[in-house]
Design a protein around this ligand. Structure first.
Ligand code: NAP
Length: 277
């Protein structure tokens, strides 16, 4: 019998996860289906339980529910334990197990697909939502020289840095929270946009001169307008959208659910080709 999976979020229509998992299923021969679920903003838990009780096997969780998914999980596995955010739910009978594959996804993409090294680099991470919580531990384990977390609502960035106090040991020059207005005069080797600003065609308020020579500008958002990447390109940075991360985190989820990690490079290439049409 076909095992059912889905991505749940609000909004969710933009998600490419169904196309990616269909490719994975074809490539691995796994008998799975994968759809989208739009959950009401106040109805995440009910939507998850309905899917599980209807025989669903697992869910990917997208914005704005990743932190709520962590609270709903009866057990946390791997990076999800410290992350306080969950992007993958696996149903083990009635039990809900929460995982987080966003961090391994972006680290894999930056290292293996883009060929960039995080170790010893000055990193700026923008945003303090579920995606940022998810990537913190795997990113810090790569041992950047320093990490600045900037966010529109500074209190959220301060709370995030406090939450990950234990990760300070991985950065020689530490992890700090800053408002965007404090970034003037600073330079970074890797700048990651983990805000959802791009979904509404906006970008964080960034000063010029932020990118060190040869810097990488990485936007977790993929598809559509990318004002942050356009800005970064005018500043001389190498740019990448979040399509590679999306496919890599999906592969990690597929492995959790099905026990096999599908090849990702052909899927990334196919999606890029489709989007150029
Ligand atoms: P979230 O929990 O809703 O958090 C959104 C974050 O964006 C908050 O820090 C928010 O700041 C900030 N923000 C929103 N609008 C902004 C604006 N106009 N200017 C500056 N900051 C703004 O969302 P999330 O789950 O963290 O996801 C963030 C983004 O990453 C989404 O677009 C998602 O699609 C993308 N993502 C991609 C992948 C991938 O695989 N490629 C994986 C995960 C996430 P405040 O705290 O001030 O509200």
């Amino acid at each position: 019998m076909t095992d059912r999976y889905a991505v749940i979020g609000n909004p969710v229509a933009h998600s490419l996860s169904p196309e990616i998992h269909a490719e994975f299923a074809r490539a691995t021969g796994e008998d799975v289906s994968y759809t989208r679920i739009l959950a009401p903003l106040d109805g995440f838990k009910e939507a998850v339980l309905k899917f599980r009780d209807g025989g669903g096997r697992g869910l990917n969780v997208t914005l704005p529910f990743k932190r709520e998914a962590w609270r709903l999980s009866g057990r946390h596995a791997g990076y999800a334990l410290e992350a306080g955010a969950v992007n993958t739910l696996a149903f083990d009978g009635p039990h809900i197990v929460g995982h987080n594959t966003d961090g391994p996804g972006i680290v894999y993409d930056i290292r293996n697909n883009l060929g960039r090294v995080v170790r010893g680099k000055r990193v700026l991470l923008m945003g303090a939502g579920g995606a940022t919580y998810g990537v913190m531990e795997p990113l810090m384990r790569e041992q950047p020289e320093s990490l600045v977390v900037a966010n529109r609502t500074l209190e959220n960035a301060i709370a995030l840095v406090g939450h990950f106090e234990k990760l300070q040991q991985y950065a020689a020059r530490g992890i700090v929270a800053r408002p965007y207005s404090a970034l003037a005069g600073m330079q970074f080797d890797i700048v990651i946009n983990a805000t959802s600003a791009g979904l509404s065609g906006a970008m964080p308020d960034l000063p010029s001169g932020l990118f060190a020579e040869g810097a990488l500008a990485y936007d977790m958002v993929y598809g559509g307008a990318a004002p942050f990447l356009e800005f970064a390109a005018t500043q001389g940075a190498q740019v990448s959208d979040g399509l590679g991360m999306l496919v890599e985190q999906a592969a990690e989820s597929f492995q959790i659910w099905r026990g096999v990690r599908p090849a990702t490079k052909p899927v990334i290439a196919r999606l890029r080709a489709l989007r150029k049409r």
